[in-house]
Design a protein around this ligand. Structure first.
Ligand code: ADP
Ligand code: MG
Length: 246
């Protein structure tokens, strides 16, 4: 018997307000350990889609089931899901008044009730994983953008998520810093964590994605392996999109 998908969207529809239909009949099964890249034009609903996975956005119709828990208004279910899902944003969202180490230990200590010493040890392990341990005592704004984003990744990893969501994690970075962040993400991808990553970094998609999903106007228009998607897009809207980014 094959394993249950770790994330399921079943006929999901979402509106902003009464009449802006932002997600249209989304059906998506994500297997445990699968790495998915989501691309598509600005405004197509990519951020909204991944933000529904940890209920930063609510859907109005259909079902979203994450690791066996259906997302509803039930706050306990939402908490359970959020403990399993880490998220990294375009704008790192670090706390500027806390050191790098404090950014990493805050949630484990105050939400997870982990003793300080243990939280710090675990945080240092994650900082080593993203190769930035030597910056632990600095404040975020003393670091480069690429370093800050690696700290944000380490912070998400401290909570031991089964699923990582990335929303254009390199879009706010200067070109020379993109690689250091992508390299860390490529390493993570090799470690079995389920990843949903909104990005237009084709090299990353080719290196790690099991599947590329193309969205347009709130719909999943096409999905395929990176090789097929980039070399041989089937849909006119995908072809049009690729002709603009490539
Ligand atoms: P993408 O990430 O693909 O650029 P988004 O999911 O951010 O797209 O947004 C999809 C559409 O929904 C856009 O037209 C955007 O303006 C709109 N939108 C996003 N967030 C909100 C919100 N909180 N309220 C109203 N409209 C929103
Ligand atoms: Mg977005």
């Amino acid at each position: 018997m094959s394993e249950q998908p770790i994330i399921q969207f079943k006929n999901v529809n979402k509106w902003y307000g009464n009449d802006f239909h932002v997600l249209r009949d989304i059906n998506l099964d994500v297997a445990k350990g699968e790495r998915i890249v989501i691309c598509g034009p600005s405004g197509s609903g990519k951020s909204t889609l991944i933000r529904c996975v940890n209920r930063l956005e609510e859907h109005q119709e259909g079902q979203i089931i994450v690791d066996g828990t259906e997302l509803t208004d039930d706050i306990k279910a939402i908490d359970r899901v959020r403990r399993e899902v880490g998220m990294v944003f375009q704008q790192f969202n670090l706390f500027p008044h806390l050191t790098v180490l404090e950014n990493l230990t805050l949630s484990p200590m105050w939400v997870g009730k982990v003793p300080k010493k243990e939280a710090e040890e675990k945080a240092m392990q994650q900082l080593e994983r993203v190769r930035i341990a030597e910056q632990a005592k600095k404040y975020p704004l003393q670091l480069s953008g690429g370093q800050q984003q690696r700290v944000a990744i380490a912070r998400a990893l401290c909570l031991k998520p089964k699923i990582m969501l990335f929303d254009e994690p390199t879009s706010a970075l200067d070109p020379e810093m993109i690689k250091e962040v992508l390299d860390v993400m490529i390493e993570l991808a090799g470690q079995g964590i389920t990843m949903l990553c909104v990005t237009h970094e084709m090299g990353f998609a080719k290196a790690v994605a099991d599947r590329v999903i193309f969205m347009d106007q709130g719909q999943i228009v096409e999905q395929n392996t990176p090789e097929e998607f980039f070399n041989n897009p089937q849909n006119e809207r995908s072809r049009d999109f690729l002709s603009k980014i490539l």
